[in-house]
Design a protein around this ligand. Structure first.
Ligand code: IMP
Ligand code: MG
Length: 196
């Protein structure tokens, strides 16, 4: 069965993503002129975003990755985040930009900020492609934001549901039968120890 059959609605088409990512890359290039920032992309969801973003950055920059897992009681995230893969390098004195696919409750990004701050970066900023602001449980300063989106579970352009749909070139909402009979609040929660 083709992936396209599962789609209910395209929220952000590929050309709109490309245009916005280009703007973000240009802004970062201006803001970090002479600074050689380190982009820290969060596996796995941010991989497509960061690979497009970095090609729109016109100043020298570096790229590293972290992987986190979050787990809760199955229905609500507890905010406990584990680091599955840490950075390959120290960040003391570096200008760090954390790049993620989506800021939902904000628990993951809040944890990442609290984890990286004590490592004495020269600066620490957040770049999020999507912002589901209505679900926020922790205040997270998003310095570079792609799009604010409604409270819907989205997939595509790196974001998955059950590890599927990352390869769709746009951001979309799936048909309700694909998510199953579970209400949205459940589908928004990752399985225990899932790599986000
Ligand atoms: P937060 O800790 O609740 O902000 O969630 C952050 C992570 O949850 C993101 O990096 C995503 O991997 C995942 N996530 C949150 N909302 C969605 C969604 O609508 N679709 C796919 N993944 C999501
Ligand atoms: Mg993620």
């Amino acid at each position: 069965m083709a992936l396209l059959d599962d789609i209910d609605e395209i929220l952000i088409p590929a050309d709109a993503l490309a245009a916005r990512v280009r703007e973000l890359g240009e802004k970062i290039s201006r803001d970090y002129e002479g600074k050689e920032p380190l982009l820290v992309a969060i596996l796995t969801g941010a991989v497509l975003f960061v690979s497009d973003l970095i090609r729109r950055i016109s100043i020298p920059c570096h790229l590293d990755f972290m992987a986190t897992s979050a787990y809760g009681d199955g229905t609500e995230s507890t905010g406990v985040v584990r680091i599955l893969k840490d950075l390959n390098q120290p960040i003391e004195g570096r200008h760090v930009i954390i790049v993620d696919d989506i800021i939902d409750t904000g628990l993951t990004m809040d944890y990442l900020l609290e984890t990286l701050k004590p490592r004495y970066p020269a600066s620490l900023r957040v770049c999020g492609l999507l912002d589901k602001v209505s679900r926020r449980r922790r205040h997270v300063p998003i310095d570079y934001r792609g799009f604010e989106i409604p409270d819907k579970f989205v997939v595509g352009y790196g974001l998955d549901f059950g590890e599927r749909y990352r390869n769709l070139p746009f951001i979309c909402v799936l048909k309700s039968e694909v998510y199953g009979a579970r209400p949205f609040a459940d589908t928004a929660q990752p399985a225990p120890f899932s790599v986000r």
